[in-house]
Design a protein around this ligand. Structure first.
Ligand SMILES: Nc1ncnc2c1ncn2[C@@H]1O[C@H](COP(=O)(O)OP(=O)(O)O)[C@@H](O)[C@H]1O
Ligand SMILES: [Mg+2]
Length: 487
């Protein structure tokens, strides 16, 4: 018979180690608490972040169904739930760790108070009080009553309170400004991660998350409500009898939305970084802005974002990590995703290159021409443009020809591309100078008149040539005066 001795971990050491499980920041730590509130069917979550003269306190209150004393005690235990257990479909939990790891990633003192069917319970871990045993503090009945007295639903619910926020204050190094900056960042994170709950998707009542008295508004990374957002064909992948749904979107081109909207949708890291798959587990965003190394984060696909819905029953296959920030793809799914990417990138590229260019519009004689030969694209000055043609017929044409070649071969393509990628709205065409425009108008008219064209034909012809076509309103009167107004 084998012999056994109890050989558990040292409480204080294990809890200190638990502080580094996962890769949390304030936003993702708070998101883990919101997950728990959602699971407890809360419709209101109130977050308060109080600087408190450098002794900050953060609390999260919900109007969920709360916990009984026994449930609370079990919830405060590390790894309270076996990750192999089947989870209810709406359960956003994963390892039975979230409450503890998320909290200790931010603070050293965690208190939880809960009210279930009118009965209150409370429990506290203070890492500074822990020694070798897992001795949990039970706050006094008065403290419990006081804590649950202002629940958002005025009845059942849960309050999680963090004190000794050494990570946020960086052990006293960081001040109130940094604290406030972290809160703003956290707010952005919650607005994105829970946007489908905040929009009320598939819920009887939409979730409302209030941070320091401000309601957090959903941030939809696909801008689905905008007319110019282009949804592509959705696809379903069957994996181990479970359905993975994919809905690709091509975001509006910058010419289709206001600058404000364009920038808001870009996200903090920009379009380039934020393209790719947006993976939702039970409608909760767990990872975003990645092609899972199946494709590059290309300039031309930067408007493509794909909503992917996976059920929590595929957790072990997707290998969701503790802080729910990452997942690894099952190999068989990869192949399918790759095909989807190919299809999307083609469309996205079209959206991106199909607009804004005034080159080669049918029926209009442009100044520049786009030439695609053997897969290479070149831009050349249109030699058939009447104004260019006229100069080329001149006796000094040789010098002018050389000049054109010089301009064409030195077009700063890469800089232009980079600028357009970075900030398309800031790249504007040099405005046509009015005097120069009028001068050019007179020249072009004289060319046609000298060629013996009738007034009405001159008018039509000028209107079909750039830059006159685009500036027609400005030059109309001049044209009318010069060639004789239309009857
Ligand atoms: N706000 C809450 N309301 C009700 N129950 C909660 C709340 N927070 C945590 N719990 C309970 O505590 C358990 C442990 O939570 P947690 O450590 O986050 O692990 P997990 O979410 O993976 O189950 C949850 O499964 C839930 O039963
Ligand atoms: Mg949880």
């Amino acid at each position: 018979m084998a012999d056994y001795v109890e050989n558990g971990p040292l409480a204080s050491s294990l809890m200190e180690a638990a502080r580094s499980f996962g890769n949390y920041d304030l936003g993702s730590a708070l998101a883990d608490l919101v997950d728990n509130s959602i699971k407890a069917t809360a419709s209101i979550v109130e977050i308060t972040c109080f600087w408190n003269d450098g002794q900050p306190v953060i609390s999260v209150k919900d109007d969920g169904y709360g916990m009984s004393k026994a449930e609370l005690h079990s919830a405060m235990r590390l790894a309270s739930i076996d990750p192999r257990d089947e989870r209810a479909a709406e359960d956003l939990g994963r390892f039975g760790l979230g409450l503890k790891t998320a909290s200790f990633s931010q603070c050293r003192r965690l208190s939880v108070f809960s009210k279930r069917k009118g009965k209150t319970a409370g429990a506290r871990w203070d890492l500074d009080d822990l020694k070798d045993k897992f001795l949990m503090e039970i706050p006094s009945p008065e403290e419990q009553r006081e804590a649950v007295s202002e629940f958002p639903g005025k009845s059942d619910g849960t309050l999680v309170r963090w004190e000794k926020l050494d990570r946020l204050t960086e052990g006293g190094e960081a001040g109130e400004d940094e604290f406030n900056a972290a809160i703003i960042e956290a707010k952005r994170h919650i607005a994105l991660v829970f946007h489908r709950f905040l929009e009320g998707e598939g819920r009887k009542k939409k979730l409302s998350v209030i941070l320091n008295n401000d309601e957090i508004l959903p941030f939809d990374p696909f801008n689905k409500n905008h007319d110019a957002t282009q949804p592509l064909h959705n696809e379903v992948i069957s994996y181990k009898g479970k359905r993975i749904q994919m809905q690709p979107y091509i975001l509006p081109h910058h010419s289709k939305v206001s600058q404000q909207e364009y920038e808001a949708l870009s996200g903090a890291e920009g379009y380039l970084r934020n393209q790719g798959f947006y993976i939702y587990r039970q409608k909760r965003l767990i990872i975003h802005g990645t092609w899972f190394r199946l494709a590059p984060h290309g300039e031309l696909s930067k408007l493509a974002r794909v909503q992917v819905d996976i059920p929590n029953s595929l957790d072990s296959e997707w290998r969701i990590n503790v802080d729910k920030s990452d997942a690894q793809l099952p190999a068989r799914v990869k192949t399918r995703l790759k095909q989807v990417i190919e299809r999307i990138r083609k469309t996205s590229t079209r959206v991106y290159t199909g607009r804004g260019s005034r080159v080669g519009r049918s029926g209009i004689t442009t100044v520049w021409k786009r030439r695609a030969i053997h897969g290479q694209v070149k831009y050349i000055v249109n030699r058939e443009h009447p104004l260019v043609e006229q100069v080329l017929q001149n006796e000094k044409a040789a010098g002018f020809k050389g000049m054109l070649d010089l301009i064409e071969t030195n077009l700063p393509v890469e800089t232009l591309f980079a600028d357009l990628g970075e900030n398309p709205r800031d790249v504007v065409q040099t405005e046509t100078d009015t005097d120069a425009l009028f001068e050019a108008t007179r020249t072009i008219i004289s060319i046609f008149v000298d060629a013996g064209m009738k007034a009405e034909d001159v008018r039509k012809k000028v209107r079909a040539i750039e830059p006159f076509a685009s500036n027609w309103l400005q030059i109309k009167d001049l044209v009318d005066q010069t060639v004789g107004a239309k009857k």
